[in-house]
Design a protein. Sequence first.
Length: 726
Amino acid sequence: MKASISTGLLLLNAVANAACPYMDGGASLHKRAGESGSSSGLPGDDGFFEKFYVKDGEGDYTTTDFGTPVDDTNSLKAGERGPTLLEDFVLRTKITRFDHERVPERAVHARGAAAHGYFESCGDFSNITSASFLGKEGKKTPVFLRFSTVAGSRGSADTVRDVHGFALRFYTGEGNYDIVGNNIPVFFIQDAIQFPDLIHSVKPSPNNEIPQAATAHDSAWDFFGQNPSTMHTLLWALSGHGIPRSFRHMDGFGVHTFRFVNDAGKSKLVKYHFKTKQGLASLVWSEALVLNGQNPDFHRQDLFDAIESKNYPEWDIGVQIMDEDDVLRFGFDLNDPTKIVPVELVPITPIGKLVLNKNTKNYFAETEQAMFNPGHVVRGIDFSDDPLLQGRLFSYVDTQLNRHGGPNFEQLPINQPHSEVHNNNRDGAGQNMIHLNTAPYTPNTLNGGFPKPATQNAGRGHFTAPARKIVDAHYVRTVSPTFLDYWSQPRLFFQSLVPAEQQMVVNAARFELSKVSSEAVRKAAVAQFNKISNDLAKRIAKALGMAPPAPDPGYYHNNKTSGLSTFGNPLPNIKTLNIGILATTTSHASLAQAVSLAKAFKGKGAVPKIVGEYITPGVDMTYSATDAVVFDGVIVTDGTSALFSMTSASSLYPPQRPASIVRDAFLYGKPIAAVGDGKAGFDVSSISPSQDGVYCVDNSGVGGLPDTFEAGLKTFKFVGRFAVDS
Ligand code: HDD
């Protein structure tokens, strides 16, 4: 597309041009004559951005923002060596624009990455919801999904321990619908009024802004210890769910209970689940720590690369569907966001799949300016009385006003619905539309009565579920007694984990609490853990040098549920997994073997990288610049034994780097393999080839290695290597 910046033409063409959704009277403000607009041809891509907004910047001379062609590479000076003149509008406007490039980062979830894609409905669900995107089997709706961490600032590292945001927008034919969820199905608090307290406690200390993107400090644990509602989410965050392998390898949840409402006004309570089709996978903590330095962009890079290589991540979307009368039926309150509904009580009904198939083209315009809002709902969707959700409905609009300094943020390309907008909202900072209606009020006769209010029965308007009602009650500032069991479900979670992941929780709590300096805060936290499980509390207390607490069994039970452990199932395939193939540039045979193994793994959809001492044909990366953390499995080729000698250090890379890659991969639970004398890489760290996930073959057996190793990669983490408290 030729450059499309000349705003002077834009408006004139707009009125003459094709129908546009964004303006009274239906004329386009954005499409220019000669612009064809194009979609990528991918399913669900309606070409919205390309059609209306993409500017490629090629071919034209530089202009100012107001269209005057100028030279913006030299400032205007009084003589060649003289001072710059205040008159230089080119300099002043360029610098002013630069000074204003940043908008305030998100108050929470500042660090994130996003992609476009589509949702495909797997049925006609009009019997339970009138939401149009669920009205027909095979119906595709464009989506935008942003992943994030919560506590860190915009420049923080990806692999910190945190709850991860899963904010999904559907651009439906009847308006934008946002599910602003997380990868953990519960939340820390039950009332939005506590949100500033929660966030103040987890954010860095006000005096020195330490630590960044971490809860391993006194104030966070002070808050957790004093607010037992945090316990359930905290346990999830301390498990593998807090340090996912990638955004693609985590589930998403809507967290709150919502309502589906059909055309007739009949409603159901629903909870959303987004099940990753890549399989659940997690890092281990020591690995995550190294990754923070090795590649702080690890997760956003993974997402971007997967989509570029056409390995489009997918999630199955399902809902747990409950009747209005079920709200207190299960022994807890469905309006309490600290509770899951175990799948044994209510199974998940599939409603479709989500596919991400298109990267953003401009991080700021799309990812940074995306303004999600749980209050973006469409006909067929309604809220619940969850007090956390109710408060969020205020907060998200308010925060966008702060970030964008005015009320017109919904007009930004990424925020615009792909359906028509008609209303009498007017003016404000950054208004893009030229509204032609001179009767911007309702009711009116001068504009034929338009736009008219849309209702349940006219104009397919959004409507509140008729079944919603308030009970006859007094105003209170208190917690509902139906919200007060804070410990049964964290116990259910802990008991549903495999022992190795339970140990991860214990170790994570030990790590975090060891960094807490206040003894009182540590004691309060252990007391809360003890209400969940005496075993858990004793194991944590041990590392903190505290006496083992006596059981506090008020909420102890023996129940378990399924599907909660990150280590429950092998991955479905090895596509996009990174394999480090260690070779040496001193041996042709080693490199040739590496190349042939790489070919075999590429055939399986994996991403092999050949590592050598220096860059030469065949070598992808050097020992000086890589580490075990960037690989999901490591293979050592034959002919490399000299690399592992403890006495012959090479100046080409940090001391013993090849040996530490093999050793660390083993310690992080990854599959490792050696061919021929590459076994020296195991011997130097006393790694026994008889262990699970450790493969040794001679040169004659190298042909079968890809298949064997594939099975190891699917297992992903060999948790038998991790010590568990006896
Ligand atoms: Fe929130 C952003 C998820 C409770 C106030 N939240 C934000 C994002 C996600 C969530 C994924 C990032 C959206 C994006 O990618 O742009 N938040 C949740 C979940 C919650 C939750 C799952 C509980 C179930 N949030 C919550 C409460 C409040 C907020 C109770 C305030 C009362 N959240 C915000 C915010 C943010 C935000 C300050 C920051 C930037 C933004 O909204 O757009 O308004």
